[in-house]
Design a protein around this ligand. Sequence first.
Ligand SMILES: Nc1ncnc2c1ncn2[C@@H]1O[C@H](COP(=O)(O)OP(=O)(O)OP(=O)(O)O)[C@@H](O)[C@H]1O
Ligand SMILES: [Mg+2]
Length: 245
Amino acid sequence: MIRENDLTTPALLQCRNLSKTFHLGLRKLEVLRHIDFQIYPGETVLLFGKCGHGKSVLLSLLCGLDQPTTGDINFDGTWFHSCTQNQLAYLRRTQIGIIFQNLNLLPKWTALENVAAGLEDVVSSTKTRYSLAQNLLEEMGMGSRLDHLPIELSMGEQQRVAIARTLIREPKLILADEPTGDLDAVTAGQILHIFHSYLKKTNSTLLVATHGIYPDTKCDRILNLNHGSLSQLVYQNTEPLWKVV
Ligand SMILES: Nc1ncnc2c1ncn2[C@@H]1O[C@H](COP(=O)(O)OP(=O)(O)OP(=O)(O)O)[C@@H](O)[C@H]1O
Ligand SMILES: [Mg+2]
């Protein structure tokens, strides 16, 4: 297991002194305060924090969709402050996959079309895109829902489509924002199982944000976000539980 004190392994993701403040009229809302952490290749890290403590805001900075007020982020050797918006968008298409809390599925596209869209810019043949998307959805137990629109799917099924759309590109880093939010324990367990089989296959790095109770599963570390400050960094040693109440 790679640990933060293993200085020979470069971090995949590094955050230095990240802060984010929103200005609403005369009001100043400090959402993230001086956050420093690193994530190493192959790690699964849980970002735990109560509702409104800044998890989604942090993830939007980590994928370059929003800019920090102070500080900077380094992904695989590249500092975000030196990137153009196009370069950040390219990173998101090719190396950093985000599964949004609100899923962001295209409402007029079927499950298959939504997942195949994840391969645009990556695979030129439409036929291959659709065939890869179908294979992945079938692996996820969604074979009988390929031609359903998001509105015709349950929440758990929509989550699986959103996850498939991100995983199909095989990003180095996956940022998952409440991927099991609002799901029952059995469905949440199935979704986490999908993540774990995928990680085993690809050795990708996963950061999962949650405020909820998770079914028992493994993670390497828990980052605890408390009113915008990273108050704890807990190293899990053996067979840890991904279970926070
Ligand atoms: N664009 C914005 N402008 C102003 N305030 C914002 C903006 N985005 C988020 N906030 C505020 O930042 C705080 C943190 O929001 P965030 O969505 O990161 O919380 P969260 O930890 O993801 O919560 P949840 O567990 O409910 O998803 C909230 O108080 C929210 O109102
Ligand atoms: Mg959130």
